[in-house]
Design a protein around this ligand. Structure first.
Ligand code: AMP
Length: 157
């Protein structure tokens, strides 16, 4: 996916900085007054979860062919692990085909394995995906929060 870097997308196509950020894409404004076009240079190099999943930064607590997992920087429970597909998918609602649906299944299998490894499988754990801003999504690479190790209230805030 990182080969997407450098692609020009004309502003006419309806993209702006925030719509691109929601795809996990870097926005760099490009303007050519002579030819009277405007555009954006975009790439996935800046997706923090892609970098973590590739092992370029941070530390993984689980990894397989399709999935990577790491501790949340701002843990909300004694166990708070983020589980991500290695493939860059910006949000859960972008999962529309069987291939990506299978990858989401791999993420859930990883959640079960990690919960067992962390000793929270019996007492109970929660898997949460925030999809889009209204639900609290703040990083535009789909991620499943695995939470446990304390009593979890319901409904969530
Ligand atoms: P969400 O608000 O559902 O998009 O969740 C994003 C989560 O990513 C938050 O819980 C953040 O604490 C966490 N987070 C952001 N950046 C990092 C990072 N570099 N390493 C680990 N967790 C992160």
């Amino acid at each position: 996916m990182s080969s997407c870097f450098g692609i020009l997308v004309l502003r006419k196509a309806g993209h702006d900085a925030s719509s691109l950020a929601r795809e996990g894409l870097r926005f760099t404004h490009v303007r050519n007054p002579k030819q009277r076009w405007e555009g954006v240079s975009l790439g996935l190099e800046d997706c923090i979860f892609c970098k973590i999943a590739k092992g370029e930064i941070g530390a993984l607590v689980y990894e397989d062919e399709f999935v990577a997992a790491f501790n949340d920087l701002n843990a909300q429970a004694p166990v708070h692990v983020l589980i991500v597909p290695k493939k860059h998918i910006a949000r859960l609602s972008d999962v529309t085909d069987n291939e990506d649906a299978c990858i989401m299944g791999k993420v859930l299998l990883a959640a079960n394995k990690i919960a067992a490894e962390r000793g929270i499988a019996e007492e109970g754990y929660r898997v949460v995906v925030n999809c889009n801003e209204g639900a609290g999504q703040s990083v535009w690479h789909v991620h499943f929060h695995l939470l446990g190790g304390r009593k979890l209230g319901w409904p969530p805030g």
